[in-house]
Ligand binder design. Structure first.
Ligand SMILES: Nc1ncnc2c1ncn2[C@@H]1O[C@H](COP(=O)(O)OP(=O)(O)OP(=O)(O)O)[C@@H](O)[C@H]1O
Ligand code: SF4
Ligand SMILES: [Mg+2]
Length: 450
């Protein structure tokens, strides 16, 4: 992996970027679509009172459209709490969507029952962020990596043990690790074990939720490179979720930027970095001088994501980003911008995009929030990896928003919502696969329904 820094078209320094690997040319407009998501929603209900009436909802994912093409890597970025993990769990059907459709290989899997989903689980796997929590400490590595074979009643050629040892080698571990326990391994090695387990059944789609963010920076590149090599070797398709734009840039063919449950920009990697159109994308890239005619002359300004991430329980009207956007005008407050293709392969949801014609040129008066969104930092060139800093700033607010949701949703609502990820993690630990956690969740739902 090359560690060269690379300047984006607007002059921002994106540190620690690698040059594009040669095989990146693989994704093209004509590539076959593996996964198509339309109007996808996931709302977590908030219930109150003895009757548990629904009084609101956490709109974690609120109407998103995208497709993933065979063999490509789609990166998904955004601040903490914008719905990335929820999107990942819904597209792998670990959670049921509230609305919209999910098509896998042209087949609608949106409402497939747990039993009908079971065979599909061979094709769709998930890698989780926490390599410590996702492996059952009481099970040997052999038992963890062979769980998918047991659960799917698959007998690999040459036997399970041989195949598991081959998988361990494939992810850079020793076949002799078969009888060892997770506590004997480092974080990076555990994530390799998680990857071996996810790849056991030769899935077509792997959704990796922040696969390296719990690892030491020195180990992150190794695991990312491993995933990259395995993709070429096994013809995998990835959806990789990350806060860190530098990680996503290295591994992605296309990148979707999420903000408060919506995709605000979706573009191929080069366009996104060289000519980002959404003000939020630009803000994520941080330290970017503002080339906006409305602000011409303000040479030394850079964009800072100020203020709180609004609550997904009551997102702002119009464009959800208008409370923090330095370009926001009245139309932004009243009218939600649709996600449209303004350049081939680059979709954006913005009335006043960068690097593209203004979609609402008559609306020129900035909102007061916009005037406060930019901080003067004359002469300072920051090389901070954007996405990380704003996300960290937002983390506390997000925790508060989550707490708020939890307080407002006592008893049953909590069971239906807040506990879900915990139970999912527990189920995953028990069985050793994401697939089974979905099964457990579905079973649980069925028994609740009865
Ligand atoms: N089971 C749940 N019940 C209620 N609210 C939830 C549940 N899961 C997630 N949320 C809320 O949905 C929103 C999106 O959460 P999600 O975990 O998908 O965000 P994220 O982008 O993955 O954040 P992070 O970067 O911190 O992982 C948050 O406000 C979160 O509190
Ligand atoms: S629509 Fe308006 S508020 Fe939203 S990102 Fe674009 S300029 Fe900013
Ligand atoms: Mg997450």
């Amino acid at each position: 992996m090359s560690e060269n820094n690379k300047k984006d078209g607007a002059g921002a320094v994106i540190p620690q970027q690698a040059a594009a690997p040669a095989h990146r040319a693989k994704s093209s407009e004509s590539s076959e679509v593996l996964l198509r998501v339309q109007g996808l929603q996931k709302h977590f209900p908030i219930r109150k009172g003895v009757l548990q009436r629904q009084v609101g909802a956490v709109k974690a994912v609120d109407g998103i459209d995208f497709e993933v093409r065979k063999g490509e890597t789609l990166g998904v970025v955004g601040e903490s709490g914008c719905g990335k993990s929820t999107m990942g769990r819904v597209i792998t059907r670990l959670q049921d969507p509230t609305g919209g459709t999910i098509e896998f290989e042209g087949r609608d899997i949106t409402r497939l029952s747990a039993s009908k989903m079971r065979p599909m689980r061979r094709d769709i796997q998930m890698i989780f962020q926490d390599p410590y929590g996702s492996l059952n400490p009481r099970h040997t590595i052999g038992s963890i990596v062979s769980a998918p074979f047991r659960l799917q009643n698959v007998e690999p050629e040459g036997g399970v043990k041989k195949e598991v040892q081959r998988l361990l080698e494939l992810v850079g571990l020793s076949p002799e690790h078969y009888n060892r326990y997770p506590h004997e391994f480092s974080g990076g090695q555990r994530q390799r074990i998680g990857i071996a387990r996810a790849l056991a059944l030769k899935p077509k789609l792997v959704v990796a939720d922040e696969p390296v963010s719990a690892l030491d920076v020195s180990i992150q590149a190794q695991v990312v490179n491993l995933m990259d090599d395995l993709q070429s070797e096994l013809g995998l398709t990835y959806v990789i979720i990350a806060h860190d734009l530098s990680v996503v840039r290295h591994v992605s063919d296309r990148i979707a930027v999420m903000y408060l449950g919506k995709i605000v920009e979706l573009a191929d990697r080069t366009s996104l970095y060289e000519a980002p159109m959404h003000p939020y994308t630009k803000a994520l890239m941080s330290a970017v001088p503002v080339p906006d005619p409305k602000r011409r002359g303000a040479k030394s300004e850079r964009i800072l994501l100020r203020g709180d991430v609004p609550s997904p329980i009551a997102p702002p009207s119009g464009c959800r980003f208008h409370t923090r956007c330095w370009k926001a005008t009245q139309v932004c407050k009243t009218t939600e911008p649709p996600l449209i293709e303004l350049r081939p392969g680059q979709r954006v949801a913005c009335h006043h995009p960068e690097n593209a014609p203004d979609q609402a040129p008559q609306d020129v008066v900035l909102l007061s929030a916009a005037r406060e969104a930019v901080e003067l930092v004359s002469g300072v060139e920051s090389a901070e990896v954007s996405g990380t800093a704003p996300a960290e700033l937002a983390a506390e607010d997000e925790a508060a928003a989550t707490e708020e949701a939890a307080t407002e949703a006592p008893a049953k609502a909590e069971a239906a919502t807040e506990e879900a990820p915990v139970e999912e993690a527990a189920a995953t630990e028990e069985t050793g696969t994401a697939s089974d956690s979905a099964g457990a969740e579905a079973d649980r739902q069925e028994s609740t329904d009865k």
